[in-house]
Design a protein around this ligand. Structure first.
Ligand code: HEC
Length: 200
């Protein structure tokens, strides 16, 4: 029930740009803030993704996939942690089919994931969104899609994921659910809480 309420608020939020009764200046400042935090959110998630991807590629090149899996296991947290500090934001990746149970969604994230999944399934590409939490924090959400390279670790066991690599994954993540993805699939979201009282 709570989940649907949050979803309604979310839908009201993303459609409020069409509310013609709004006073013009209010409309502009809300749109300005939305744009500003979208840009900040995009910078944070792009930098996080690039950092993770570059490190992953390096690890895959020098240690092969099994080494890269171990690397991801050790390094995904410190990397997002240090970027969180740098941007004064809490950066998280979350999904229903998670590999690391620490990445499981909370209630609000689950509502967004459900909404994005339905949208994607109906043929509409979900876009990034900004939701105001209070006067000190905004929530930036960005969908994550599967690319070819991801299938090495999130595809089909025995075809895109070699069995010996999957053995390494299973050892580190006994409850892994993050497989059977194809290129273009909706994989999850970046969920970023940005502190708006930051002076930057
Ligand atoms: C070398 C193997 C490897 C590759 C390639 C890889 N991942 Fe992962 N992925 C992992 C591991 C290991 C984790 C668990 C990290 C952790 O402990 O937080 C993970 C976690 C994730 C998560 C966090 C949610 C969860 O399931 O725990 C997302 C989202 C994700 N990967 C998306 C992607 C995308 C998108 C790509 C391609 C751009 C990709 N991954 C490529 C190994 C990989």
């Amino acid at each position: 029930m709570k989940r649907y309420l949050i979803l309604l608020i979310f839908m009201a939020f993303i459609s409020c740009g069409n509310n013609e009764n709004k006073i013009e200046s209010e409309k502009n400042s809300a749109a300005d803030l939305d744009r500003k935090y979208k840009e900040i959110g995009q910078r944070i998630t792009e930098e996080s993704f690039n950092t993770l991807r570059n490190k992953l590629m390096e690890a895959m090149a020098s240690r092969e996939i099994s080494g890269a899996i171990e690397f991801c296991n050790i390094a995904a947290y410190p990397i997002t942690d240090s970027l969180s500090k740098e941007f004064n934001a809490q950066i998280k990746r979350t999904t229903f089919k998670f590999r690391n149970p620490n990445n499981a969604p909370n209630d609000k994230e689950a509502a967004i994931l459900e909404y994005y999944e339905k949208l994607h399934a109906s043929g509409t590409q979900p876009k990034d969104s900004v939701i105001t939490i209070n006067d000190k924090q905004v929530w930036y959400i960005r969908p994550i899609f599967v690319q070819g390279i991801c299938q090495n670790c999130h595809g089909n066991i025995g075809s895109t994921i070699a069995q010996n690599n999957y053995d390494v994954i299973k050892k580190l993540y006994p409850e892994d659910k993050a497989i059977d993805y194809k290129s273009g699939d909706f994989r999850g979201i970046w969920s970023v809480i940005i502190n708006t009282d930051d002076k930057k």
